[in-house]
Design a protein around this ligand. Sequence first.
Ligand SMILES: C[S@@+](CC[C@H](N)C(=O)[O-])C[C@H]1O[C@@H](n2cnc3c(N)ncnc32)[C@H](O)[C@@H]1O
Length: 263
Amino acid sequence: MSRWFGCRDGAGAWVLTVAVRCRAWISPGPVPSASVAQTYDRARASYPQKAVEWVLEPVRLSTDTRVLDLGAGTGRLSTVLLGMGVEVVAVEPDEAMRALVPAGATALAGTAEQVPLPDQSVDAVLVGQAWHWFDHQQALAQVRRVLRPGGALGLLWNVFDDRVPWVAELVAASAAEDRLSAMDDELPYEGEPVSVRREFPHRQAMTRDLLVENLASRSGTVLMAPEARQDLLRRVRDLAPAEAFELPWVCDTWRARLRAPRL
Ligand SMILES: C[S@@+](CC[C@H](N)C(=O)[O-])C[C@H]1O[C@@H](n2cnc3c(N)ncnc32)[C@H](O)[C@@H]1O
């Protein structure tokens, strides 16, 4: 893997760094898991509908179309899918995150390595900001199993748009790896399926306080020495516009059409 959550050499150390960060989001830690989930839901960006539409292009959409949101978290991607009128199944292992999945979706406990769905039961599998958590070989086998023939797999990551100068300063100050300048075209898994990649710029309505909350709740920040943490959050406060503003993101999006399920 050589995306922002991995690297070509010394991959183990890099992946571990990110794993620590992500686990602080999803495990109880020093704050109750329910409040972590609520903070996550409030402070993190959603996904642009255009990116989701592009992923679903190979699928003929109808009211019978059923999409799996895998590693659904609090269901931000599910919400976008529901808005497009498709049936959504959200699979998420963490109970507190799963509790916030919107009522219109069917929320199931499960993992990417053991998807609790029958063979050939969905038209597309979408993964928002979670693929790097999965065992890719096992997850791909499960995706192939649950997809109907010709179904689509879509992987999405929101990354800071650090082409914008103050955002570049923000990511430099916070050492955030989820930034556009760290993206490359290397496949997020090995071998098949062949994917195509597109970037979808979008914006999130933001306030200075919410941005501080977002940065403060990342485990990279949580794990900092208290003084360094305070310095960082002061810097974020200084960099962010004083009035309500729009935070620029890019949704780094991958789409693959699987040739045939291997049952
Ligand atoms: C960064 S969050 C993204 C959540 C959601 N997709 C979103 O876009 O907001 C990553 C999610 O992946 C879930 N996750 C971690 N390991 C997983 C696995 N092996 N299978 C399925 N989900 C997993 C976590 O519980 C967490 O909710």
